[in-house]
Design a protein around this ligand. Structure first.
Ligand code: 5GP
Ligand code: ZN
Length: 113
């Protein structure tokens, strides 16, 4: 997906602060952080949103979530951190390459806005 911003970030064609990567996923700091820690975790496989994931992607989605938990442990966020997917424009999705937000380092309210 040569026109996809996050595919380009994963291929190092657009600069970003990568904090983790392996053969299936990559993670980088959000350019407009909404918390002291705000990391976006993406599959290398281009999926536009969670809605586009299928059964064959189950292990990949699990890997994203486990990577988020590992980063939360490493960054001492265990007092409370948030992991979320915005799926669809109505939920605030603005980049249509699936990404898991990891937010931490402050307190959070419920329900989210
Ligand atoms: P969404 O709104 O789709 O759930 O999240 C997209 C996120 O990507 C936003 O939090 C936004 O700040 C971030 N973002 C958009 N463009 C860039 C970019 O070029 N670099 C980085 N690091 N983050 C970006
Ligand atoms: Zn993409």
């Amino acid at each position: 997906m040569e026109n996809c911003l996050f595919c380009r970030i994963g291929a190092n064609q657009v600069p970003s602060k990568i904090v983790y990567e392996d053969e299936r996923i990559f993670a980088f700091e959000d350019i407009h952080p909404q918390a002291p820690t705000h990391i976006l975790i993406c599959p290398r496989k281009h999926l536009a949103s969670l809605t586009d994931a299928a059964g064959e992607d189950a292990a990949l989605l699990g890997h994203l979530l486990l990577a988020a938990a590992q980063m939360a442990r490493e960054r001492n966020l265990l007092a409370g951190y948030r992991t979320l997917f915005n799926s669809g424009a109505g939920a605030g999705q603005s980049v249509f390459h699936l990404h898991l937000h990891l937010l931490g380092g402050r307190s959070f309210r419920w329900p989210p806005g």
